[in-house]
Design a protein around this ligand. Structure first.
Ligand code: DHB
Ligand code: FE
Length: 279
C-alpha cells in the first residue's frame, strides 16, 4: 500500500524563484535564506519520495474570476509552468500521477469533501518554488507531483479546521492505494505577509513562531483558529497558512520534527519551513 512518510511545509515566495532562476542565491540578501534549505535538500535526496501531493494555491495564473474551485486536484499526466509577475519559470514540467490522483479524488469525495477535478492546468510559483527549494535545478523533477490547489485568494477561504480534516481524508485516500509508494504531503504558502492596502509589508514573527510550534505539537488546537485570526495576525496573504493544516492533517497526531527554519524577510514575506516525519 502507499505510505505517507513525511510532511514538508514551506513558504513559496515568487522572488525566491526569481533568485534561483537568475543565479542570485549567494547574494548577501538571499544566502541566509538558501542556507536554511540545505538540510531539506540533503534529506530529500536520501528519502526519494515516489510522489508528492503538493498543496498550494494558484495566484490567478491557472484560475481567475471565471473559475474559483475551493479545492482542486490535478489529475493530468503533466503540468506546464506559468506565472504572474516574472512570467513562467524556466523549470521542468511537472509529471503528475493520474492513477493516484483519480483514486484520491474518488476516496475524498466519498469521504464528504468536494474536489474539483482538473485535467488541464498550469502551475505557478505556489507549486514550483517549493520544488526548487527542495530539489534545486534538475533537468527533470525527481518524482511525480500531484498538484492540489486551494483557493485562498478570493474570499472566503476554507477554514483551518476544514483543511485539517481534509488532510485526514487525504491520508485515508493515499493509504488505501494499492501500489507500494513512498508519498510525501507538502503544504506551502505563508508565513505572515500582506501584499496590499494600508498594512502592506506586515510581518508578525510572534504569530509565526507560535504557529510553527503549535502545528507540530498542538495541531488539533491550532485547527480551531478562525480564519479571521489568520488575516488579522498574519496579514491578508498569511491566510495561505491554512494549506499547512492540510499537510498536518495527513500526518500522525504525533510526528517527529526533523527540521524547523524561520527567516525574515524574503521579498514581503516571512519564510517558514518544517520537515515532519511520520513516526
Ligand atoms: C509575495 C509572496 C507570495 O506568497 C506571493 O504569492 C506573491 C508575492 C511577496 O512576498 O512578494
Ligand atoms: Fe502566495
Amino acid at each position: 500500500m502507499a505510505r505517507i512518510t513525511a510532511g514538508v511545509a514551506t513558504s513559496h515566495v515568487p522572488a525566491i524563484g526569481a533568485a534561483i532562476d537568475l543565479g542570485k542565491t549567494q547574494d548577501d540578501y538571499w544566502a541566509p535564506l538558501f542556507k536554511g534549505y540545505e538540510f531539506g535538500k540533503n534529506w530529500i535526496e536520501k528519502e526519494k519520495p515516489d510522489v508528492i501531493l503538493l498543496v498550494y494555491n494558484d495566484h490567478a495564473s491557472a484560475f481567475g474570476m471565471d473559475l474559483i474551485p475551493t479545492f482542486a486536484i490535478g489529475c493530468a499526466e503533466e503540468f506546464a509552468p506559468s506565472d504572474e509577475g516574472w512570467g513562467p519559470r524556466p523549470v521542468p514540467r511537472v509529471q503528475g500521477h493520474p492513477e493516484l490522483a483519480w483514486h484520491i479524488m474518488q476516496s475524498v469525495i466519498q469521504d464528504d469533501f468536494d474536489l474539483t477535478v482538473v485535467n488541464e492546468m498550469t502551475v505557478d510559483h505556489g507549486l514550483t518554488v517549493p520544488l526548487s527549494l527542495m530539489f534545486g535545478q534538475p533537468e527533470a523533477w525527481p518524482c511525480k507531483v500531484i498538484p492540489f490547489a486551494v483557493n485562498v485568494v478570493v474570499y472566503p477561504p476554507p477554514s483551518g479546521q476544514r483543511c485539517y480534516n481534509l488532510g485526514k481524508a487525504l491520508r485515508r485516500a493515499i493509504e488505501s492505494f494499492d501500489d507500494d509508494l513512498n508519498v510525501q504531503v507538502w503544504g506551502t504558502g505563508g508565513m505572515s505577509h500582506q501584499l496590499q492596502g494600508p498594512r502592506a509589508g506586515l510581518i508578525n514573527s510572534e504569530f509565526d513562531q507560535d504557529f510553527l510550534e503549535r502545528i507540530v505539537n498542538d495541531p488539533e488546537g491550532l485547527a480551531k483558529l478562525p480564519h479571521i485570526d489568520y488575516v488579522r495576525e498574519a496579514g491578508s496573504e498569511g491566510i495561505e497558512l491554512v494549506m499547512w493544516m492540510i499537510m498536518r492533517g495527513a500526518l500522525n497526531e504525533n510526528v517527529k520534527e526533523l527540521y524547523r527554519f524561520y527567516h525574515v524577510p524574503a521579498s514581503n514575506t516571512a519564510v517558514g519551513h518544517l520537515i515532519l516525519e511520520n513516526s
